[in-house]
Design a protein around this ligand. Structure first.
Ligand code: 13P
Ligand code: SF4
Length: 326
């Protein structure tokens, strides 16, 4: 269950030895507390390397973290990620204690829509299934038919098409919806006016600049980016799909069009790959730090609670997603 005793070789490129020597006692204290309390840390790929390599038990994209939350036999889950991820874990494991190290770690997508908005959509478009990105509140998940992540959205919408639907809502990320529409035929995807405040900042010029430099570069982009950015990329994928691509294909040079910590976390494991820096920071993800993780484990603070009636309905949408992506 505990992370490796001293992961310095994995983080050496990002922390001088003297800085790591200062962080190490905190890493050790967190790992000891996890063992003592039967806790696990589920960390998103956007966590900083000290968290990702030092204290996380499971790392991954939103899909993997939900799958692992459903499976773990720990009593406590510390969610090293943002609020909607912690809520998803709670929905899947109501009997467990879920802790979020900073309650202000939100998400512009989750902020863009409410449960009442979804109820209105369903009234206006009866019979049109609503596929909701996991980057939403429990209240929104409770009103929807099925959840999705960036890693399974295409598969889920194709499945609904194959079940005979001609239209589907994919909410609240308008770019994820438009990018999915560009990959799926035979079904019309309706959307909502939400966007990720991090990925919407990328522009096609960010990519063209590197392409024009004359050196070969593989561009991997997250589907929360605008479609004109995706048009310049070689591969669209969730954070886990980007990592798998780099691990398997070992491109000579790669640009990850996503949050900055992604590249930092995988440089040590891929010494022959040059990571060209062109990234944006997510201010919400960066609220999660080692001192806050230690504090919440020590004091059992930042507990996530979800209304049991809401949780039952939301779990149905998340379970259906896990079933469709199995
Ligand atoms: P994935 O890790 O599922 O690709 O999601 C990215 C993201 O923005 C999480 O907030
Ligand atoms: Fe939300 Fe975007 Fe941050 Fe992910 S990267 S948590 S989608 S604001």
């Amino acid at each position: 269950m505990s992370a490796q005793p001293d992961p310095y070789s994995k983080v050496a490129q990002h922390y001088p030895q003297v800085q790591w020597d200062a962080l190490k006692p905190m890493v050790e204290e967190i790992n000891a507390l996890k063992a003592e309390k039967n806790a696990v840390i589920l960390a998103h790929n956007y966590m900083t390397p000290d968290i990702f390599h030092g204290v996380a038990d499971i790392v991954g994209d939103s899909l993997k973290l939900a799958q692992e939350a459903a499976k773990t036999d720990a009593d406590i889950i510390v969610q090293a990620g943002v609020h909607f991820m912690a809520e998803t874990s709670k929905i899947l494991c109501m009997e467990k204690t879920i802790l979020l190290p900073d309650m202000k770690a939100g998400c512009s997508l989750a902020e863009s829509i409410t449960g009442a908005d979804v109820r209105l959509l369903k009234e206006k478009y009866p019979g049109v299934p609503v596929v909701t990105y996991v980057n939403t509140s429990a209240e929104v998940k409770a009103e929807t038919d099925i959840c999705c992540t960036s890693g399974n959205v295409v598969k889920i919408i194709e499945r609904l098409r194959d079940e005979g639907h001609k239209q589907v809502f994919c909410i609240p990320d308008k770019y994820l919806a438009q990018n999915t529409q560009n990959q799926v035929e035979g079904i019309e995807i309706l959307t909502w006016e939400g966007a990720c405040e991090v990925h919407e900042k990328f522009t096609p010029e960010d990519i063209k600049r590197f392409r024009n430099s004359g050196e070969d570069v593989v561009v991997l982009a997250h589907p929360e980016c605008p479609p004109e950015v995706m048009a310049e990329a070689d591969l669209s994928g969730s954070t886990a799909q980007m990592i798998s691509y780099v691990q398997e294909k070992q491109p000579k040079r790669v640009i990850l069009i996503t949050e900055c910590s992604m590249g930092d976390n995988i440089t040590a494991a891929n010494p022959n790959v040059e990571f060209v820096r062109s990234c944006q920071l997510c201010p919400h993800m960066k609220r999660i730090t080692l001192p806050k993780i230690l504090d919440c484990l020590k004091n059992m603070s930042g507990e996530i609670l979800v209304d049991p009636d809401v949780a039952v309905k939301a779990k149905h949408s998340v379970d259906r997603m896990l079933e469709y992506s199995a």
